[in-house]
Design a protein around this ligand. Sequence first.
Ligand code: URA
Length: 196
Amino acid sequence: MTLQELHDSIKDCQRCRLASGRTQVVFGTGNPHAKIMFVGEAPGFYEDKQGIPFVGAAGKLLNELLEGAGLSRDDVYIANVIKCRPPDNRDPMTDEVETCKPFLLQQIELIKPKVVCTLGNFAMQTLLGKKVGIMKVRGQSFQVKDFFVFPMLHPAAALHQGNLNEPLREDFRKLKAFLDRQQEPVPPVEQMNLFG
Ligand code: URA
């Protein structure tokens, strides 16, 4: 299955109650071969209208942070855990997550990113499967199968709570450092002082 085929297969999804209130399924956008993927919570008002994740105020901040880390939206792939807008942007319900999560996991399988950056508590808990708080794990990498999960604060949280703005920027600096470390060549074995 290709990413496009997966998208086509859920365009008219009626599996949960969110189908009745959405304008369209917001599948995801960006480079289908991206090494870095970003995962948010669910589409908001503008995302629902345009069919593209992170195009509202949080998206503008995300674009700026990506640029600061030397990335652009064309380099990365951006999606959400939940593909349809919850009414009045309420939190997704457990059964909605259970219904939609397999599509996120299939996107990850098809794109094969090396790093999946989760934005906010919700995406982090969905992918790490832990009831841990975002403040404990943000800015660190966790190996999951053949990729790393890198939890970060959600840009919308920083817009609503000014005191999270600097911590969010710190998360992106840590991401850049992590990505730079991944790119460093492994030294040839004879340079590793393994034999004294
Ligand atoms: N917040 C999200 O989590 N996802 C979006 O697509 C937009 C805002």
